[in-house]
Design a protein around this ligand. Structure first.
Ligand SMILES: C[S@@+](CC[C@H](N)C(=O)[O-])C[C@H]1O[C@@H](n2cnc3c(N)ncnc32)[C@H](O)[C@@H]1O
Length: 280
C-alpha cells in the first residue's frame, strides 16, 4: 500500500472501531454504488479501463465495481483503518493507495479512464484542488463520477418525509454537540437548520456546483437524483455509525443512542454528477 502524510484530523473515519462497524451501513452505501455503476457498465467491464475508487472506505463501491467486471481498479483513501478493511476483502483484485482526493494524482499520469468518489465529496477539504488532481490523473474524455447528499447539498423544498427526517437528524446532531467536540458537528447543524428554514442562500445546489465545475475547465455530462429510503431501524444504524466515529467511549455512546428519537421513515436524496474531464 502506498502511504501519504495527509492530516486526517477532519476525517471521522480514521478509528479502527469505525472501520470495523462500517459494514453495518453497507445496505445504504451499496444503493449509491449500484446507481452510480448503472451509468457506466460498459466502460467498467472493458478490461482496458483503468478505474479509481476515491474515498473507497471499506470498498463498498469497489465490490459493486468488481461485480460489474472492473479489472484494473485502484482503491484510494486517507484512512489506513478503512483501507485495511478493503484490502481484507479484495486482496490482489485491486491496488491500494493511502491518499486524500487532494493529493492522489502523483501516482498517475493522464492514464485513468473513470474515477468514482461516492459518499465522500462532503469530506474533501478543497474541491478546486481535487478537480486539479482529477485532471492530472485522467486521460482525455475520462469520467469523474461523484455523489452528494443533503445537508451538504441543497435540493430545494422538501417533501414531508424528508422534512421529518432532516428535523430528526438536526436534533440528533444538536444532541451530539453536547457530548462530542468534533468540529464537523456545528457546521452540520447549521446546514440542517438552513434547509428546515428554507433559507437556501449560500448552500451548494446543482447550479452552484455546475458553475464550479465549469470554472475549473470541466464539463457536466450527466446529472441524476434519487432518494435513499429506509425505516427507523435503518436511521438508527446510520446514527450508530456516526456516533462510533464521534463518541469514542462505548458506554457513553450506547447511553447517548438510547436517548435519540429516530424518524418513522428515513428519506434523503442524493445527486450524481458525471463530469467529462480533459475533453477537447
Ligand atoms: C462515508 S465513507 C464512504 C466510503 C465509500 N466510498 C462508500 O460509498 O461506502 C467516506 C470515506 O471518505 C474518506 N475520506 C475522508 N476524507 C477524504 C479525502 N479528503 N479524500 C478522500 N477520501 C476521504 C474516509 O476516510 C471514508 O473512508
Amino acid at each position: 500500500m502506498h502511504k501519504s502524510n495527509q492530516d486526517t484530523s477532519l476525517n471521522p473515519f480514521t478509528s479502527e472501531e469505525a472501520s470495523e462497524n462500517y459494514s453495518n451501513a453497507d445496505f445504504l452505501y451499496e444503493q449509491s454504488a449500484r446507481h452510480a455503476v448503472n451509468f457506466f457498465s460498459p466502460l467498467i467491464a472493458d478490461p482496458d479501463s483503468k478505474i479509481i475508487d476515491l474515498g473507497t472506505g471499506t470498498g463498498v463501491s469497489a465490490k459493486v465495481l468488481i461485480e460489474n467486471g472492473a479489472k484494473n481498479l485502484t482503491l484510494i483513501d486517507p484512512s489506513v483503518a478503512m483501507l485495511q478493511q478493503a484490502e481484507k476483502k479484495f486482496s490482489a483484485a485491486a491496488s491500494y493507495i493511502q491518499a486524500g482526493a487532494e493529493d492522489f494524482a502523483v501516482h498517475f499520469n493522464h492514464d485513468v479512464d473513470v474515477i468514482y468518489a461516492l459518499n465522500c465529496f462532503h469530506l474533501f477539504s478543497d474541491i478546486g484542488a481535487v478537480f486539479e488532481e482529477i485532471k492530472k490523473a485522467s486521460k482525455p474524455n475520462a469520467h469523474f463520477i461523484f455523489n452528494v447528499s443533503m445537508p451538504s447539498f441543497c435540493f430545494g423544498l422538501m417533501p414531508e418525509d424528508e422534512y421529518n427526517c432532516v428535523k430528526a437528524n438536526r436534533d440528533f446532531y444538536n444532541n451530539l454537540a453536547l457530548v462530542s467536540d468534533s468540529p464537523l458537528i456545528g457546521n452540520t447543524v447549521r446546514l440542517f437548520d438552513k434547509l428546515l428554514n428554507e433559507d437556501f442562500e449560500g448552500l451548494v445546489s446543482k447550479t452552484v456546483m455546475t458553475e464550479l465545475i465549469n470554472s475549473c475547465g470541466l464539463k457536466l455530462e450527466n446529472y441524476a437524483e434519487y432518494a435513499i429510503e429506509g425505516d427507523s431501524k435503518a436511521q438508527k444504524i446510520i446514527w450508530e455509525l456516526i456516533s462510533t466515529c464521534l463518541i469514542p467511549v462505548k458506554e457513553e455512546r450506547l447511553d447517548f443512542l438510547n436517548n435519540q428519537k429516530a424518524p418513522e421513515k428515513m428519506f434523503f436524496r442524493q445527486a450524481f454528477f458525471d463530469i467529462l474531464v480533459n475533453n477537447d
